[in-house]
Design a protein around this ligand. Structure first.
Ligand SMILES: NC(=O)c1ccc[n+]([C@@H]2O[C@H](COP(=O)([O-])OP(=O)(O)OC[C@H]3O[C@@H](n4cnc5c(N)ncnc54)[C@H](O)[C@@H]3O)[C@@H](O)[C@H]2O)c1
Length: 386
C-alpha cells in the first residue's frame, strides 16, 4: 500500500481543476488544503472540492502538509517554491521551474542542501505517447538517430484568451517559455541532454487584437519576438531543428519527426499523454502505427495537428502523474522522473534558445541531466487507483 501524501495547493487558477482530478486517477496523494494570493479564489476552490482554504503563509507553517503543489503563474514559481523548501516541504511546481535560470539553480541547490524533493511539470512525457516512442527508439528499430525536426506553431492565444498581454511581453512572453517545456523535456527524454543551441527570431506583427472577454476588440502592442527557429545539438550529437511560433495561421507538419539510420519516427504531441507513433523503415513511405490507447496513460484526447492544445480537460488528462511519481519516490527514497535537475536543464535550453536567437550568437548549454528512466505500465499501475 502506498502512503497517501497530504498536499497543499497554492495557486487556485485554471489548471487546479486538472490536479484535483488526480484524486480519481492516483492513489498516493490527497490535496487537503488550498491557498491563493487572492483569498476569494482559494475559498471558492475549497468550497468546490470540500477542503480547507488557508492563507499562503499559513500553508507554509502547516505541519500536516508534506508536499506543496505550486500552481501559481510562472513569475511566482520561484518565490513560492523557495518559501516552500524553506519551510521544509517537498515541492512540485507547474512549468517552468522558474522564469530565469539563476532562480532555478538556487531552487535546485536549496532542495539538495535540505534533502527535499523538488519536482516540476511537464509530466506529459510520462504518458503512453512519448513512452511508446521511447521504447521504440531504445529498441533501435530505426537505428541511431542523428537528425530531426519539431514544430509548435499557431496564430497565438489572443483570439481565445481574455488576458493575452503577458504572453507578448518581455521578459516572460513568447512561444519558447510557453510551449518549449513540453518539446524540450520530450526531446531530452528521447535523446538525452542538449549541449548547444543557435537560432533566429522574429516579431511578425507589431500589435494584436483581443478576440474574447471583456477586452474584446482592444488592440495591444507586441513587445517580444513571436517566432523562433532554432537548431539544438544534443550531447549524443543529434541535431534537431525546432520552430516555436505564434505567427502561423495553419500548417500540416508533425509535432516531432526523428530520423534514424534505419528509418524514421513520427512522435505524438508532447503536450498530450496519448497518441500513436508512426514508424517507417522504408523509403517507399509505408508508416506503421503504434497505438497507445491500451496503455495505462495512453488514451487519446486530441486529434488536431501541431497547434495549441484543444484537449478535453475531463478526458485522459493525467497531469499530476509527475507529482504522484515524486511522492512514491519520496516514500521509497528513489530518484523521481520529473526532477528539478531535468527542469533546470530544460530552463537552460529555454534561456539559451532565446538568447542565441535574439543575439545571433550560438549558446552553450551550461547544465546537463540524466535521461529519465523508461516508465513502464507496471510502474504506472502501482500509482493508479484500481
Ligand atoms: N492553463 C493551462 O491550460 C495550463 C496547462 C498546463 C500548465 N499550466 C501552468 O500552470 C500554471 C498556472 O496556470 P493557470 O492557467 O492555472 O494560471 P491562472 O492565472 O489561471 O492561475 C494562477 C493562480 O495563481 C495565483 N497566484 C499568482 N501569484 C501568486 C502568488 N504569489 N501566491 C499565491 N497565489 C498566486 C493567482 O491568483 C491565480 O489564482 C502556470 O505555470 C502554467 O504554465 C497551465
Amino acid at each position: 500500500m502506498n502512503k497517501v501524501f497530504k498536499v497543499g495547493l497554492i495557486g487556485c487558477g485554471h489548471i487546479a481543476e486538472t490536479y484535483f482530478r488526480g484524486h480519481k486517477y492516483f492513489n498516493n496523494f490527497k490535496i487537503v488544503k488550498c491557498a491563493d494570493i487572492n483569498m476569494s479564489s482559494a475559498k471558492s476552490c475549497a468550497e468546490t472540492y470540500n477542503i480547507e482554504a488557508v492563507t499562503v503563509d499559513e500553508m507554509f507553517k502547516d505541519k500536516e502538509i508534506e508536499i506543496i503543489l505550486n500552481l501559481t503563474i510562472p513569475k511566482a514559481h520561484y518565490e513560492i517554491a523557495n518559501k516552500s523548501l524553506d519551510s521544509g516541504k517537498h515541492t512540485y511546481s507547474e512549468k517552468p521551474i522558474a522564469v530565469n535560470f539563476e532562480d532555478g539553480k538556487k531552487l535546485l541547490n536549496k532542495a539538495r542542501g535540505k534533502k527535499l524533493y523538488l519536482g516540476c511539470a511537464p509530466d506529459t512525457f510520462l504518458g503512453g505517447g512519448i513512452q511508446k516512442t521511447r521504447e521504440l527508439i531504445d529498441s533501435k528499430l530505426i537505428g541511431d538517430i542523428k537528425l530531426g525536426n519539431a514544430i509548435f506553431a499557431y496564430p497565438g492565444l489572443q483570439s481565445y484568451h481574455p488576458n493575452p498581454e503577458p504572453h507578448f511581453e518581455s521578459p516572460g512572453g513568447g512561444p519558447v517559455i510557453d510551449m518549449g517545456p513540453y518539446y524540450f523535456t520530450t526531446l531530452v527524454n528521447l535523446l538525452g541532454p542538449a549541449k548547444q543551441v543557435q537560432g533566429r527570431c522574429i516579431k511578425v506583427l507589431e500589435e494584436r487584437e483581443i478576440g474574447t472577454g471583456s477586452k474584446k476588440g482592444k488592440k495591444f502592442k507586441v513587445n517580444c519576438p513571436t517566432t523562433y527557429l532554432a537548431t539544438i545539438q544534443f550531447e549524443n550529437e543529434t541535431i534537431i531543428q525546432i520552430t516555436l511560433s505564434f505567427d502561423v495561421v495553419i500548417h500540416q507538419r508533425n509535432h516531432i519527426e526523428l530520423y534514424g539510420t534505419k528509418g524514421s519516427i513520427i512522435v505524438p504531441d508532447p503536450n498530450m499523454f496519448g497518441g500513436s507513433c508512426f514508424v517507417s523503415e522504408s523509403p517507399e513511405g509505408q508508416w506503421n502505427e503504434h497505438k497507445t490507447d491500451k496503455l495505462e496513460l495512453g488514451k487519446i484526447n486530441i486529434t488536431n495537428q501541431s497547434s495549441r492544445a484543444n484537449e478535453s480537460s475531463t478526458n485522459a488528462n493525467y497531469r499530476g502523474v509527475g507529482l504522484s511519481e515524486m511522492a512514491y519516490c519520496v516514500q521509497k527514497q528513489k530518484e523521481h522522473r520529473c526532477s528539478g535537475e531535468l527542469a533546470l536543464h530544460v530552463l537552460d535550453i529555454i534561456d539559451s534558445t532565446m538568447k542565441a536567437s535574439q543575439t545571433g550568437v550560438p549558446q552553450e548549454i551550461k547544465t546537463t541531466c540524466k535521461k529519465p528512466k523508461f516508465f513502464s505500465d507496471a510502474e504506472v499501475r502501482i500509482l493508479l487507483n484500481s
